[in-house]
Design a protein around this ligand. Sequence first.
Ligand code: PHE
Length: 351
Amino acid sequence: MTLIAELERTAAGLTAALTDAASAAEAESLRNAYLGRKGELAALMSRLPELPADERPAFGKAANAVKERLNRLLEERLAAFKAEVDNASLSRFDPSMPGRMPERGSLHPLTLVLEEICRILNNLGFETVDGPEAETDFHNFEALNFPRDHPARDMQDTLFLADGLLMRTHTSPMQVRAMLERKKPPVAVIAPGKVYRRDYDQTHSPMFHQVEGLLVDEGVGLAHLRGVLTHLLRELFGPDVTLRFRPSFFPFTEPSVEVDMSCVICRGSGSRADGKGGKETCRVCKGTGWLEILGAGMVDPAVFAAVGFSPACTGFAFGMGVERIAMLKYGIDDLRLFFENDLRFLGRFVK
Ligand code: PHE
């Protein structure tokens, strides 16, 4: 048989085999057998030297034409197989099937409360400031009138770091930073952020959040403090809330107060309906009608001295726990829920 005839026979063979191929995989394997580097067509081409020199160009041309034709045929078959598969999967598509909703994220309840506190205070003119969580002894204690080795430091359950640093135990060091930065009154700032103490149970976490507030100006008094806090807590908990100042102690304020707010559960009455026509003691305020909500006071002159402010300055400061406020606002009785990242819990706070 002449080489040309063999070429035609090879072409016919592949054409027939492609027509019979039942799948794309089968068609692909034919590609290798016929058109591959070691395929039949290549074998024929390698026999080119058998031909007389003047027949070689014609054969080469014919071989290329065959190769091109077969390639085209193969691509057509592969495209047909692909279309079949696509049609099949389309016919399995059920447009009546309910859609799958993507799960939407939401802000953490503490973030929501923190942002609300900041919004209310920003509207009163307090500027939000931010500072380090790893603090110096000077900012966290010394400048706030906690002398070295003073027992007042005991209350703070401090986590100490190397190099004389410590994890800030409250946001009050931001009072010091704000005053050092502004150099003189007026200063009106709030400092939200994380604080750390060596403590863990149902109502204590080693990391929690506080918002510090500081106002320094001429003629600032306790009445201003009371006004600001009353506004804040009424915005947060409703217009009926009343406040009570109880004498307390903080090294960096004088006088110092513990601020209580009327219980948001029993509205200050100390008792609630027990569902059986009678009354029972309110569990949230333990029957007192009051909830401890934050610490505050007038900035101690020793703090002004530490930051180089005139002793004639007046100012108030307050510091509140964000977790405590969020627990009261949302009726949550275990602080640890905030930090377990259970989506069933977190998903309830979608705005
Ligand atoms: N820093 C105090 C604390 O953690 C709270 C406070 C802030 C008290 C500002 C008075 C003034 O516990």
